[in-house]
Design a protein. Structure first.
Length: 306
C-alpha cells in the first residue's frame, strides 16, 4: 500500500488547509515525523486512519478532538487521502461530525459525518469514478480495497506510540490472523486441511476393504464346515472369496498409495507454513528494532538541540 498525498483542514492543531506530499517524502525511502509535544505528529497519523476507517489510531481516542479549536467556526474540517493498493488508486475524503453555524439566524447546528471514495486513473487526477458517497459504502469498499480491518491496520501499518509492544504481547492466534491477512498464508492452511480430508477418506476406504476381507474370511471358515455332499459347491465359494480377497488387496494398495501421497503433500505444506511463521517472527522483531532505533535517534537529536 502506498500513500501518495494527505490533505487536511481544521483538524487538530492544523487550522488551515495543509497538503503533505507523502510520495515525495517516501522517495528517500525513510522519513521521520519530528516535533515537540502538541505539534501535530499524532494528528497526522490519526488523519490517515480517520480517512481510511472513520476512526482514530488509538482505541481510547474520541473523534470529537479531530475538529480544530483554532479554525474559524465556518471552516469545514476534513481529511483527504490519495492512496494506492493492488485494487488501484483511490481518493477518500471524510469530514467528521461537527458543529457548524446555522444557515439562518444565530447559533450552531450539528453536521453529520460525510465520506466520499473515488477511483482515480493517477494520483494527480482531479476527477474519477465515484465508488461510495456514504460512510457505510466507503467503509465497506475500504475494507475490500485495503484488505485489513482498522485493528489490523493500526497494528501492522500505523502502530501508534506504545502499541507495537501490545501487538507483540497479543496471543499467537491474534498475531497469526493479522499476519495471515498480510502475507496471504491462508492458502497453505486450506491446502493442509484439504490434504487432511484426503487422508481421512483414504483411511475410510482402506478400512472398508479390510472389512470386506474379514467378511470373506468368515465366509470361508463357514464354508469349510459343510458336509461332504456340499464340497463341490464349497469349491466355487472359495474361488469367489479368493477373487473378493484379491479385489480387496488391490483396493487397499491403491488407498495406501493415496494416503502416502496425501501425507507427503501435507508435510510439504506444513514445512512451508513453518517457514512463513519464522519469516513473520523475524519481520516483527526487525520492526521492533527499527522502532527502538528511531526512538533512540529522536532522543539523541533532542538531547543535542538542548
Amino acid at each position: 500500500m502506498d500513500l501518495h498525498r494527505l490533505t487536511l483542514q481544521a483538524i487538530g492543531p492544523f487550522a488551515g488547509e495543509h497538503v503533505i506530499d507523502l510520495a515525495e517524502l517516501g522517495r528517500s525511502g525513510l522519513f521521520l515525523l519530528e516535533g515537540p509535544t502538541g505539534s501535530g505528529k499524532s494528528t497526522l497519523i490519526d488523519a490517515v486512519v480517520f480517512a481510511l476507517y472513520g476512526s482514530l489510531a488509538s482505541d481510547g481516542s474520541s473523534r470529537d478532538r479531530l475538529h480544530s479549536h483554532h479554525a474559524a467556526p465556518g471552516v469545514e474540517p476534513y481529511v483527504e487521502l490519495v492512496f494506492e493498493t493492488a485494487a488501484g488508486i483511490h481518493r477518500v475524503r471524510r469530514s467528521p461530525q461537527h458543529q457548524r453555524p446555522k444557515a439562518r439566524g444565530t447559533g450552531t447546528t450539528n453536521q453529520n459525518a460525510t465520506a466520499t471514495l473515488v477511483r482515480l486513473s493517477s494520483p494527480d487526477a482531479d476527477a474519477g469514478e465515484v465508488v461510495g458517497t456514504s460512510t457505510q459504502e466507503v467503509g465497506t469498499e475500504i475494507a475490500r480495497i485495503v484488505g485489513l480491518t482498522r485493528a489490523q491496520f493500526v497494528q501492522t501499518v500505523v502502530l501508534p506510540q506504545g502499541e507495537f509492544a501490545e501487538f507483540l504481547r497479543s496471543t499467537g492466534e491474534q498475531r497469526r490472523l493479522v499476519l495471515q491477512s498480510l502475507f496471504g498464508t491462508a492458502v497453505y492452511e486450506r491446502t493442509a486441511a484439504q490434504l487432511g480430508e484426503m487422508r481421512k477418506a483414504a483411511k475410510a476406504r482402506t478400512d472398508a476393504a479390510d472389512a470386506k476381507v474379514a467378511e470373506a474370511l468368515t465366509g470361508l471358515r463357514e464354508a469349510t464346515r459343510v458336509d461332504a455332499l456340499e464340497i463341490a459347491d464349497a469349491a466355487d465359494t472359495v474361488r469367489l472369496l479368493a477373487e473378493l480377497a484379491d479385489a480387496a488387496d488391490a483396493a487397499r494398495a491403491q488407498d495406501e498409495r493415496t494416503r502416502r501421497d496425501a501425507a507427503t503433500a501435507l508435510d510439504d505444506a506444513e514445512r512451508v507454513t513453518r517457514a512463513l511463521a519464522r519469516r513473520r517472527t523475524l519481520i516483527a522483531r526487525e520492526q521492533a528494532v527499527r522502532e527502538a532505533t528511531e526512538e533512540i535517534a529522536g532522543l539523541a537529536l533532542r538531547a543535542d538541540e538542548r
